[in-house]
Structure formats: structure tokens, C-alpha cells
Design a protein around this ligand. Sequence first.
Ligand SMILES: Nc1ncnc2c1ncn2[C@@H]1O[C@H](COP(=O)(O)OP(=O)(O)OP(=O)(O)O)[C@@H](O)[C@H]1O
Ligand SMILES: [Mg+2]
Length: 286
Amino acid sequence: MTEDIDYEIDPENLPERAERTTLGPPSVVVDDLHITYRVFGARRGGTTQNKKSLWDKMISVGRPDTGPITQVPAVRGISFVAHHGESIGILGTNGSGKSTLLRAVAGLLPPTSGRVFTSAEPELLGVNAAMLPRLTGERNIVIGGLALGLNAKDVKANVPKVADFAELGDFLYLPMSSYSSGMASRLRFAISTIRTPEILMIDEALATGDASFRKKSTARIEEIRSEAGTVFFVSHSLASIRAMCTRALWIDKGVLVADGDVDVVADAYQAYVEGRTDASSGAKLK
Ligand SMILES: Nc1ncnc2c1ncn2[C@@H]1O[C@H](COP(=O)(O)OP(=O)(O)OP(=O)(O)O)[C@@H](O)[C@H]1O
Ligand SMILES: [Mg+2]
């Protein structure tokens, strides 16, 4: 699936840079967040705990033995405050903890320790957002709209608007399994932004769209931000992060190494991925 993703973006297809506006009140507060996944049944490698703790023994009494438990510390002590009217890019190499952080802020993963406060329920738009492939695009719009809390009448009224934004044409009445990955990602984006969310989180979800859709979706993101929403944007395309965000967080191995103006952080990250510096250069930016 990932091989379909085209991270190269023609700079001409990017919108004007996100405008710096005065910031509103805090929308997301993350306080010393730690997320550790517990993987059951691992056989070797990693940070396998070969000896079970007393607690593990107690909770697994009577259950079949799942083998040793591996702990994967994906987020390690991240703290930041996001404000209304900010769009924040999240940078980091594969496996650095970006998706885990977004899922925790969206309330989909409980913190192992630390706290997350949000001013509204965040809307997480990800590559794996739930869609039912055997149902038509139209049915998915209805289900998605209801899941967002719209009533049946509003959902019905929104179907043509969403289908139009996603430019599905006659595919609207075909099962989603017949869609290309770009078409599915357009529909996902269109559904998630039926209502203007107060906090929108986008995890790589726009990478498969073509240039014209990228233009449209970035314009919609800018509209959400200008209506004093907060947008989090994970992408491996530095060009889109620079164009769409005002601030960036750089995460390396679960640790927040830099938090600041998008250009400063993106420059430092670029130097790191090109091998010119190491991740500790980010720490100096904080
Ligand atoms: N469900 C899971 N169970 C166990 N470990 C996981 C799980 N999901 C992610 N991890 C691990 O947590 C760490 C962070 O993963 P995460 O998906 O948050 O990274 P990412 O920065 O989003 O990476 P990518 O750029 O590849 O999307 C990785 O070491 C990964 O192996
Ligand atoms: Mg990810």
C-alpha cells in the first residue's frame, strides 16, 4: 500500500504559505505523555521481558500463556501546548512515534502515564480510517456522517456536497473496494471535514491524492485553521509541512527533540535526514 504513496510534491501545486495569525486560547495540552505498547507472544529480540512481573502473573491467572511480553516505548515524555489558529506539522522518521502521538491525543490510545487535555473531540484522519470497502461510497458517507454526530437529515443533505468535493462521479454508487487509493483518500478527507472540526489531525492521509485534490484539500485545511481550529499534520513531505504549517514538532524515537517555527525545525530535520547532523541538533532549537 505504501508504494502507492507519492511524497514528491511539485512546489507549484502547494498553496500560498499559511498565514501567521495571532494565536487563540490553548486547544490541546499534552503533559509528559508516555505510551508503551505491550506486545504479547514475542519470541525474541527487542526489549523482551523474559520474566513476568507479579502483576502480569496475577492478571494472566487462568488465561493461556501468551509467551513473553515485549514493551515498545513509542512515546517517551512528550509535552507541548497547541493553540486555536495553529497548524502544527509533525516530523520524524519511520517509527518515531508520530501516529502513536496523534492517536493518543485523539483519545484512541490510553496514556501509559502523563495527561492529554483537549478543548474538543479531535477528528483524526488517517490512512487507516475506518471505511467499509464492501459498501458504496454513498453508504460510507452516510455512516461516516452519522459517526460524526450529524443527524440522518443533515447527512442526507450533505451526500451530494461530499461526493462533489471528492469528485467521485458515478463511482459514488460502486463499492469502495473498486476505488483507487487516491479516490478513497479523497472520500475520507471529504467525509471527515463535513463539519468544520475544532481539532483536525491528519496522518499521511493526503499523500495519495493528485495535485488538484491536494490544492483543494490544503485550501480546506487553511479554512479550518482560519476558523480558529487547530490542525495537526503528519507528512513525510517537508514541502507540504512548510507550506501548510506555522509550527513544527520533531519527534525522534518517541522524544520531542524540537518544537518551534516550521522553517527552523524543518531545516534542522532536513539536515538530519540528509545525514549532516544528528538528532541532538534538534534539542538545541527548543
Ligand atoms: N499496535 C502496536 N503495537 C506495538 N508496537 C507498535 C504498535 N504501533 C506502533 N508500534 C511501535 O511504536 C513505535 C512508533 O510507531 P508509530 O506508528 O507511532 O511511528 P510513526 O512515526 O507514525 O511511523 P511512520 O512514519 O512509519 O508512520 C514503532 O517502534 C512501532 O513499531
Ligand atoms: Mg505513522
